[in-house]
Ligand binder design. Structure first.
Ligand code: NAD
Ligand code: LMR
Length: 328
């Protein structure tokens, strides 16, 4: 029997948490032979803690053979103690009359505290995935608040965007999702993201000539993928939850167990590649193996792509400037 891995989930009583915990405990994220201990964080609010207890009762009732322990927390320091994986899902949603700046401020306060708690108590090889929005900037704040951890411990979730980009293209071409490789979504998890199919292949053949419809690609595909989150909110009255949890599982599973050479999009701290300034938390194409990710480098960037990549970068730099005072 393997040693259990400790997995922290924040916002565990929320919508995404409800789709996520059961799949982690059943082995879908870390492997069917990997025991897990769940360390669940919610705000101290009595209602949230009570709801969390209810979800934990349900997890118990599944009698998952791989679940080696589970605890509820209202303090990030105890929740993150010794964790191998941390899924930072809990975040302050945008309220009525709240500007983007106010949202950044409210979440900045959460992610500085959580970054410091990870710095103080998590495994030195912890794998952190930030899902809570604005995910890229929250991940940047957490990373900057954890100076003793390697920058590569911190990632932001662009996998939902990557999966959306795969699914939309597969539908248009009438091909299975699994036949598409080398998809990229550059930049921010926001409508400025740039789904780039220039290198994508379908059944091993280049996707762009197969699609042969640049107008659809630019005028329909890119905005559809970028605005999919808003379209789900409009249709459901709630933001995406099961698909977000699924993307989180995909992201961490590939990071821990390897992507077998496949390209996956991860929000990672830039090393200066592709003209993206160092440390900006940006969606890049990556491959993963042996518990590490590696950026796919050396891809040609044409004028259209440069323009799109700069646009999403400008938004991230603006967000970064907006939280700079929290990181002094
Ligand atoms: P939700 O409101 O249903 O749940 C969020 C939970 O987080 C709540 O239970 C809340 O009490 C908790 N929470 C808030 N602050 C916390 C803190 N400081 N510590 C611990 N818990 C805290 O929301 P949801 O639908 O589960 O979504 C969670 C976040 O994920 C939102 O920010 C949403 O915008 C984001 N999201 C991101 C993506 C992505 O692709 N990156 C996709 C979908 C949703
Ligand atoms: C999504 O992409 O579905 C979410 O990030 C949307 C949101 O604003 O919660």
């Amino acid at each position: 029997m393997k040693k259990p891995m400790r997995v922290a989930v924040t916002g565990a009583a929320g919508q995404i948490g409800y789709s996520l915990l059961f799949r982690i405990a059943s082995g879908e994220m870390l492997g069917k032979d990997q025991p897990v201990i769940l360390q669940l964080l919610e705000i101290p609010d009595e209602k949230a803690q009570k709801a969390l207890k209810g979800v934990m009762m349900e997890v118990d009732d599944c009698a998952f053979p791989l679940l080696a322990g589970m605890s509820a927390h209202s303090d990030a320091n105890t929740a993150f103690k010794d964790v191998d994986v941390a899924l930072l899902v809990g975040a302050r949603p945008r309220g009525p009359g709240m500007e983007r700046k106010d949202l950044l401020e409210a979440n900045g306060a959460i992610f500085t505290v959580q970054g410091r708690a990870l710095d103080a108590g998590a495994s030195r090889n912890v794998k952190v995935l930030v899902v809570g929005n604005p995910a890229n900037t929250n991940a940047y704040i957490a990373m900057k608040s954890a100076p003793s951890l390697d920058k590569s411990c911190f990632t932001a979730m662009l996998r939902l965007d990557h999966n959306r980009a795969l699914s939309q293209l597969a539908t248009k071409l009438g091909k299975p999702v699994a036949s598409i490789e080398k998809m990229i979504v550059w930049g921010n998890h926001s409508p400025t993201m740039y789904p780039d199919i220039r290198f994508a292949t379908v059944e091993g053949k280049p996707a762009k000539p197969m699609l042969n419809d640049d107008a659809w690609y630019k005028d329909t595909y890119i905005p559809t993928v970028g605005k999919r989150g808003a379209a789900i909110i409009e249709a459901r009255g709630l933001s995406s939850a099961a698909s977000a949890a699924n993307a989180a599982i995909d992201h961490v599973r590939d990071w821990v167990l390897g992507s077998n050479g496949k390209w996956v999009t991860m929000g990672i701290a830039s090393d200066g590649s592709y003209g993206i300034p160092q440390d900006v938390m940006y969606g890049f194409p990556c491959t993963t193996a042996n518990g590490k990710f590696e950026m796919v480098k050396g891809l040609e960037i044409d004028d259209f792509s440069r323009e799109r990549m700069n646009k999403t970068l400008a938004e991230l730099e603006e967000e970064r400037a907006g939280v700079a005072h929290l990181l002094k």
